[in-house]
Design a protein around this ligand. Sequence first.
Ligand SMILES: [Ca+2]
Ligand SMILES: [Ca+2]
Length: 266
Amino acid sequence: MMFWLACAEPTTDTDASATVQDVQTSTFPGTSPSTPPPAPTTIPTDPAGDPLPAAADQVESAPGADDLPFGDPTYAINGVRGGGTSAGGIDVYALDAQGEGAALIVRWTDRRLLDGPGVDLVVFENAFEVSPGHHFMDPTLVSVSIDGVTWIDFPADRIDENRAEPSDDPTHWVGFAGLTPVQLHAEANAVDPFDADAAGGDGFDLGTLDPSDPDVAELLEHGVAAVRLRSASAVDDPATGAPWPTDPVANGADIDGVWGRVLVWE
Ligand SMILES: [Ca+2]
Ligand SMILES: [Ca+2]
């Protein structure tokens, strides 16, 4: 029933020293990055070999990948290197603003993300503050799946009265990623990715999904195998039937990395 489960390595064979570079070579053959990520990231485990919070380390799908600057999707799994409050990080994979290339799917090698206390998942994009209350940002829709077929969207909405118009006020956008600047930096500021004040990024709690939905119930039982990120500009706002309006100078979400908190081996 779950194609990723079917092809997973036996849990006893898990190599805790696997690196992002190992993974990307074996699982994303369509990508031949001419400029490798700055450094491989070891999958962290505790002394018992159990996984600790970790960044997603596999690209499952990146149809917008190309040889242009920021066209290499491995930058979405190579660690987070934010640019701080007032500048956008450049260690990113840029999704398109429209079309098939506006989506990216990432996952964790041989692991699934469970619903733990509070935020379970943090998406780091490269939004930054232009002035107080005004951000340059690429609102991003977040979905989760246990099988890569059925996707459950985190509810997202505009809560101001001008939903058909762009807004650079992040408080107008609720349930989107791509809103909050990123202070987390793998080398220069390796704070807790789940400390929102210290790390930035946009957090998501699986516990906020509706457990009366059978698909959600199954997801909560088995865990998340993959996360899909989509530029909001490529998706229709159900209330208007038109794409979510984003700043004309924004050109799609720029994904730096995705962290999960409670991960279990498959
Ligand atoms: Ca949770
Ligand atoms: Ca990155």
